[in-house]
Write a protein that binds this ligand. Structure first.
Ligand SMILES: NC(=O)c1ccc[n+]([C@@H]2O[C@H](COP(=O)([O-])OP(=O)(O)OC[C@H]3O[C@@H](n4cnc5c(N)ncnc54)[C@H](O)[C@@H]3O)[C@@H](O)[C@H]2O)c1
Length: 271
């Protein structure tokens, strides 16, 4: 069944991981997909595989985002679906930060009480986290709404999907920046859903649990602990999120807006 037949989607951060799998399932479901990423070579590989088009751009850069949407506007396609997926853990290339995070997961609260991780969080790390997740989601959504509402546009099956996380409503030692950024995305989702409902543009979020991608692979040491805490007894697969995105973008979800869908194996039972 072509659940996204005749639609055009832009997925940010889609050169690998969750974004790449969402791109694959969207294409199989009938959508034409623009594959955004910082990494243009990997984005090109994905785009080639699914007959889409790669667009290089840093979503945290407002003018680069505008240029990317202008490029889409210059094609003969009308944008129906935006998936704001690009994201970072904040520990990329920083083994020290990763090790400190693992320590907070493996030790009891008293260790954290002696040296709260916030003391090691720099202005730069905090700002970068908000830039990519919150600013990126805002810049791309604003440009998408410009395209979706421009004269002549039908709003046919228009929808925005924002990638949150269970960390958006769940606190964790060492996670103040990431959790704040994801919490902000969930709040942004609800407000934008209100603004766009009169235009019949739906806005929803996905809040994944722990999913096996390059982002969480550095934390393999704690996978057994995470599995033990997950009622369904496993780490998630990229398809657990990709199918949620297909559903939210499809006509099956035409009465769904302002919601957070959280595939997490029962790790966290309420969003
Ligand atoms: N994997 C998980 O367990 C998990 C859980 C909850 C939420 N998430 C969220 O899902 C999203 C995807 O995560 P993933 O696990 O696939 O990560 P990933 O690291 O495997 O992929 C992220 C992609 O985003 C791209 N990217 C990063 N910064 C960018 C920028 N400024 N502009 C454009 N592209 C950029 C990267 O190049 C990469 O291709 C993220 O928002 C992440 O926070 C992941």
């Amino acid at each position: 069944m072509e659940r996204l037949k005749d639609t055009t989607a832009l997925i940010t951060g889609a050169a690998r991981g969750l974004g790449a799998q969402i791109a694959q399932r969207f294409a199989e479901s009938g959508a034409f997909v623009f594959v955004n990423d910082l990494n243009i070579d990997a984005a090109n590989d994905i785009a080639k595989k699914i007959n889409g088009k790669a667009l290089a751009c840093d979503v945290a850069d407002s003018s680069a985002v505008r240029a990317m949407f202008n490029e889409i506007a210059g094609t003969d396609r009308s944008l129906n679906i935006l998936v704001n997926n690009a994201g970072i853990s904040g520990m990329e290339g920083d083994d020290g930060a990763r090790d400190r995070y693992l320590e907070t997961m493996e030790t009891d609260d008293s260790d954290s009480a002696n040296h709260p991780p916030i003391l090691d969080l720099s202005d730069k790390q905090w700002q970068k986290m908000l830039d990519v997740h919150m600013n990126g989601t805002f810049y791309c959504s604003r440009e998408a709404v410009r395209l979706m509402t421009k004269p002549g546009s039908t709003n046919y099956r228009s929808s925005i999907i924002n990638m949150g996380s269970i960390m958006g409503t769940f606190g964790r030692d060492g996670g103040t920046a990431y959790c704040s950024a994801k919490g902000g995305i969930l709040a942004f989702t609800r407000s934008l859903a209100h603004e766009l409902a009169p235009l019949n543009i739906r806005v929803n979020a996905i809040a994944p649990g722990f999913i096996d991608t390059d982002m969480v692979r550095p934390f393999e040491a704690i996978h057994p602990q995470l599995k033990a805490q997950t009622p369904l007894g496993r780490i998630g697969e990229t398809d657990d999120i990709a199918w949620a995105a297909v559903y939210l973008a499809s006509e099956e979800a035409k009465f769904v807006t302002g919601q957070t869908l959280s595939p997490n194996g029962g790790f966290y039972m309420s969003q």
